[in-house]
Design a protein around this ligand. Structure first.
Ligand code: HEM
Length: 365
């Protein structure tokens, strides 16, 4: 090994003195040591370390996307890094089981010493949320104060700067908006897709109307439900309807980005769209894992505190379960499943586009 590097001991490299010296039990400080406070501290510290790694990986992915054109090779790296985040999230969700080995009575032995500390003051958690794209106005209010008031001025400024800049959501949206293939020569994706959808819905209508095994009322109900699906498709055919859904808070992703995401999902079997499809899938997983963590955390809090208010001053369980429902960022990508049609109904793409979507060596001439 090159001698210009001095050797280092495992203990020093990991700065274990600092890390292992950072578990100070408040209960012991006040003369009533509570056994489980050690677990409580360690588990929070482990979470904070993983939040640091998540931010590290997410920031690097955001840098790759913060360009006029995203490098093809970067897409593979982005997928790998988001995949790492989703694996970490699974550990974060699982870790709640370790915390649940502490009972609510064990927790009450030291809970009062923590006031008014709360996970609500986790700066790194907020950084991740804001970087992903959660906006101030979309947050569930938990007290009179805005969420960032609990942070130092410097931290508040950084959060503001993050919120003013491009979030991961914004960057993915722009990347989708730039995607070609929606229109080429005399092929236009939307009218072709519209025709295929109408065809598919008409087939379903016929199948319901001619089914001998269901009652007339049941038929009428199913046809009405099919009509509702039709309305959902309408917002894809009509940009104004889509804008209206955005205004009502029912959708977030721009019209153009939504159509590109739809095209990627429909034609995912073409090699050129495979990576973008996998990437979108990973983003959905990341969003879902956060939601799952929020639910699990809320359930754990219910078991631990019942309906007591939180040490940070929120309503506790009710506030937390509401965030699980409302603090989702990429739900538009999930909703695309509603718009999928069978492969057999997919509009045929023009030869030139097929060539572009295939790798050259596999194009049959
Ligand atoms: C006994 C264990 C725990 C209890 C009873 C608990 C309780 C709560 C409560 C009641 C809140 C709502 C805010 C408040 O009023 O305080 C909250 C928020 C939060 N907790 Fe926990 N928590 C526990 C463990 C954890 C752990 C291990 C983490 C990991 C870092 C964590 C992270 C958070 C975060 C990030 C929030 C803010 C959530 C949001 O605003 O969306 N909590 N917690």
């Amino acid at each position: 090994m090159d001698k210009k590097y001095s050797s280092i001991h495992y203990h020093d490299y990991l700065q274990l003195d600092k890390i292992l010296g950072a578990q100070k039990l408040r209960s012991a400080e006040f003369g009533t040591p509570a056994h489980d406070e050690m677990l409580f501290i360690i588990i929070h510290q482990v979470y904070e370390l993983w939040f640091k790694e998540i931010t590290h990986d997410l920031t690097s992915v955001m840098e790759m996307f913060d360009k006029e054109t995203v490098d093809e090779s970067d897409i593979g790296v982005a997928i790998a890094r988001i995949n790492r985040i989703t694996e970490i999230q699974k550990i974060l969700i699982d870790q709640i089981r370790v915390l649940e080995t502490m009972t609510s009575l064990d927790f009450l032995d030291f809970r009062n010493y923590l006031l008014p500390a709360s996970g609500f003051q986790s700066y790194q958690f907020r950084v991740v949320e804001v970087a992903l794209g959660l906006k101030k106005q979309e947050r569930i209010a938990y007290t009179q104060n805005v969420y960032y008031k609990v942070f130092t001025r410097e931290q508040q400024e950084y959060l503001q700067q993050l919120e003013d800049g491009n979030s991961f959501f914004d960057l993915v949206e722009r990347w989708l908006e730039r995607m070609p293939f929606l229109q080429q020569d005399d092929f236009s994706f939307l009218p072709a897709y519209k025709k295929a959808v109408k065809n598919m819905l008409a087939n379903e209508q016929r199948a319901i109307a001619s089914a001998g095994y269901i009652s007339e009322e049941e038929k009428a109900l199913r046809l009405r439900m099919l009509g509702d699906t039709d309305t959902y498709f309408e917002s894809v055919f009509n940009p104004e309807k889509h804008e209206e859904r955005i205004r009502k808070g029912e959708a977030k992703l721009s019209y153009k980005a939504s159509i590109s995401a739809l095209l990627i999902n429909l034609y995912r079997d073409y090699p050129l769209l495979r990576q973008p499809y996998v990437l979108l899938g990973k983003i959905i997983e990341l969003d879902e894992n956060f939601t799952t963590w929020r639910y699990r955390h809320a359930q754990m809090v219910l078991g631990m505190l019942g309906k007591k208010i939180g040490t940070g001053g929120s309503s506790g369980y009710d506030y937390l379960s509401e965030t699980a429902q409302k603090h989702r960022i990429f739900s538009d990508l999930n909703n695309i499943a509603t718009l999928l049609i069978p492969r057999s109904e997919l509009p045929e793409l023009p030869e030139k586009m097929k060539d572009q979507l295939n790798f050259h060596y596999c194009v049959e001439k």
